[in-house]
Design a protein around this ligand. Sequence first.
Ligand code: DGY
Length: 321
Amino acid sequence: MAKKPQIFVTQQFPDAVMARVERDYDARLNDTGRVPNAEEIVSRTSGCDAIFCAPTEKFTADVIGRLPESVRLIATFSVGVDHIDLAAAKARGIAVTNTPDVLTDATADITLLLILAAARRAYEGERMVREDRWVGWDPKMLMGIEVTGKRLGILGMGRIGQAVARRASGFSMEVHYHNRKRLPKDQEQGAIYHETADGLLPHCDFLSINAPATAENYHFLNQQRIALLPDGAVVVNTARGTLVDDDALIAALKSGKIAAAGLDVFEGEPRINPGYRNLENVFLLPHLGSATIETRNAMGFKCLDNLDAFFAGRPLPDRLV
Ligand code: DGY
């Protein structure tokens, strides 16, 4: 029987995925129960042909430079690849694959959940009930912001942005967007294109951040850009925490310039800026965008499809470099 390829598996992925890993690969598992650090990634991959990793593992140029020669593929269980220095991987001849498409709907669903939760004060209401502070229906209790018919600005109209737009049309929202490239008319779904991100912001009763993290958009939503939003706007981020300057957003949530926010991602997560903790008008989730059973299985199978293709000498379905 042919020798199975050796792979380092950095996390415990869902059971159905692990069953396929163990059936088809000589898998070296990370059994520490925590995210492996740079030293562990380098030492555990010794003799491995590939790495099956999660977005929590940081593949900086330094780590990639120290990986054993035997490593020829990094298959990440994520669509976002800001944790991998793609240029360094390319320079070392290491292929990188990700998991597009399969998490689009789950992530768009969470975006709508955050839009609704932030606008309708779900955190305050849930706490009131749970803490037994609800004294009865009240005509003025926890009045939120109506979502139906409002303007939604989408920053980043890729697959997830487009799926958010489709859902928003169910709420009769007027969708505006900015994207590096304008979409072909038949994909715009009637959304209004803005050539610049700054041009989009004044049209956002709601702003949904759906752009991939890059060096250029680090702290995109800063004090100056927040000033361009209408007073009382709602901000939602399901992309990456680095797109938001947390101190600026916290100040705007305190002043009421931003009425509410819904955040699924944070710079430096799982640590979050402590300023968010005491704010009632922010709805916080622990990076759950793709966290459904169906989606997480599909993400794992996609990683495995890429690994299988690689070791069978076939083109990689989701190759980035
Ligand atoms: C991704 O795939 O990039 C998500 O953030 C993880 O669900």
